[in-house]
Write a protein that binds this ligand. Structure first.
Ligand code: TAP
Length: 466
């Protein structure tokens, strides 16, 4: 046993290097649904290497405590992974980030309390930064979890007092942190930690539920930086690398989400969220006309087309229509129609929302195309079937400089020969905007619940004698 311990301890840097490379491959794998499972496996091996190596490096470990915590953590993790519903994924992720934040605070506190050792200026700066990022991540993630899980205690805060209170908490937190840094005062450190917890809550609480996905992605980034901070405190290179990877990938994802929504990160975080919905359907008052059709009409048109592109949006998720959509896809394929899916990066309400649902329904990845891959094909497409999508196909984002979403890249479905839109009414989507696509001559509205309408289309094609 001690030979093994010595061997692992002597080669820890090599094990960590292998782990770090595997973490990079994990991210690479997770960038596409086709390689995501392989990516996950790399991550599992990397994490196992990291944990086992660190275990053997510990000086005078309290074995029962470490093994007990690992077993308990693994059991809870496996139980959660097996039972959590796909729709609860965002809130589960938020909760996991809160644990990373809490761990950062706990480690910073343990290190500060380790008084036999004098903490130099660099160590104090690391502890200060690691602790406040961890504490903010902790309380902000707990709030994000509550908000996404619709808990009554996670109330959105509104009012003119919110911003001044945020500012006071932030300044006081930094002030106490500086006092700790200057004179190594423990009470100042505790005060900073408590204020950081309060600030994290106050910072996220004014943000509306719709913007929570961006917040969760940002907190993912924070949890990574908090972990990297702990890595510096503990002198653990693996933690620094893994934390930095999580920190930077979370930051990039937040940026991509904001860009795809045509918002800035500052606007999401401090812009008084959900107010975009107030701009609802600002039209000029002139009555607009639209054509409504039936699911049978749509089934007939699609089965006689040579190319169909299906554009799913939030309504497909809301109506749980993915399995019916898969059936429609298969049926049209059997009819010899070239059917593909077009996915907008922020369709739905969380990153990869549509990809997850289509994967769940076993739609082949090869027929699922990203916005950049399919946009140039719309002009030569016979029929586009929009299922519960609205903002991501709104031509105003391209044509109308006065539109709040002007500049947001969209799926250019308005270029196809015929467009059919399944939704329940003429009401707006997430951004609260009217959609000129619905009033085009080539557009047919099919009013009803996504699942019900797609099932009717399937029935009509089946019964149509093809
Ligand atoms: P939305 O613009 O939100 O439109 C969804 C449409 O689906 C609604 O107009 C609604 O109309 C319809 N709908 C809802 N339930 C339905 C059901 N059961 N059956 C049929 N239709 C239903 O969705 P989108 O086009 O996917 O765009 C996503 C929006 O969310 C973007 O504005 C994006 O910026 C925002 N957002 C996305 C994310 C991520 S990461 N994906 C995160 C935050 C915000 P009816 O009520 O008339 O049925």
């Amino acid at each position: 046993m001690s030979d093994l311990t010595n061997m692992i301890a002597a080669n820890a840097d090599w094990f960590y290097l292998i782990g770090a490379i595997l973490f990079v491959l994990t991210l690479r794998g997770l960038s596409s649904p086709k390689t995501a499972i392989r990516g996950n496996r790399f991550g599992m091996v990397a994490m196992a290497i990291a944990v086992v190596t660190t275990f053997f490096l510990a000086e005078g470990p309290v074995l029962w405590l470490i093994i007990g915590a690992m077993v308990l953590g693994a059991l809870v993790g496996m139980w959660k992974a097996k039972t959590v519903a796909m729709t609860q994924m965002p809130e589960t992720v938020a909760l996991m980030h809160s644990f990373v934040g809490l761990a950062a605070v706990a480690i910073a506190l343990a290190t500060v309390l380790h008084t036999e050792q004098q903490h130099g200026a660099v160590a104090r700066a690391e502890l200060f930064i690691g602790c406040f990022i961890g504490a903010i991540t902790f309380s902000a993630s707990v709030f994000a979890f509550g908000k996404l899980a619709a808990k009554s205690w996670a109330k959105t805060l509104v009012g003119g007092w919110v911003k001044p209170v945020q500012a006071i908490l932030f300044i006081a937190m930094i002030g106490f942190g500086i006092v700790y840094f200057m004179i190594d005062s423990l009470p100042a450190f505790y005060a900073m930690a408590v204020l950081a917890v309060l600030f994290g809550w106050m910072w996220i609480a004014p943000i509306g539920g719709g913007d929570m996905p961006v917040v969760v992605s940002l907190l993912n980034s924070f949890s990574g930086w908090a972990a990297a901070g702990i890595g510096f405190t503990l002198g653990n290179s693996m933690l620094i690398i893994a934390g930095s990877l999580v920190g930077s990938s979370g930051a990039i994802l937040s940026y991509i989400m904001c860009k795809a929504m045509n918002r800035s990160l500052l606007n999401v975080l401090f812009g008084g969220m959900g107010t975009s919905a107030a701009a609802a359907g600002a039209d000029d008052g002139a009555p607009k006309t639209y054509k409504a059709g039936s699911a049978e009409d749509a089934g007939f048109l699609m089965s006689n087309a040579s190319s169909v592109v299906i554009v799913p949006g939030y309504g497909m998720a809301q109506g749980r229509a993915q399995n019916a959509v898969k059936e429609l896809y298969e049926l049209l394929k059997e009819e010899g129609v070239n059917v593909r899916f077009a996915i907008h990066p922020v369709a739905g309400r969380m990153p990869g929302h549509m990809n997850v649902l289509l994967a769940e329904a076993d739609v082949p990845y090869d027929d699922i195309l990203e916005m950049d891959e399919i946009n140039s094909d719309f002009a030569s497409t016979d029929v586009v079937l929009v299922i519960g999508a609205n903002d991501v196909v709104n031509p105003s984002a391209k044509d109308d400089p006065s539109s709040p979403i002007f500049g947001m890249p969209i799926l250019e479905v308005n270029k196809a020969q015929t467009v059919m839109v399944i939704k329940r009414s003429m009401s707006t989507g997430y951004a609260g905007l009217d959609n000129s696509l619905f009033y085009m001559d080539k557009t047919m509205m099919i009013f009803g619940d996504a699942k019900k309408m797609v099932e009717e289309m399937v029935r009509s094609i089946n019964g149509g004698g093809h």
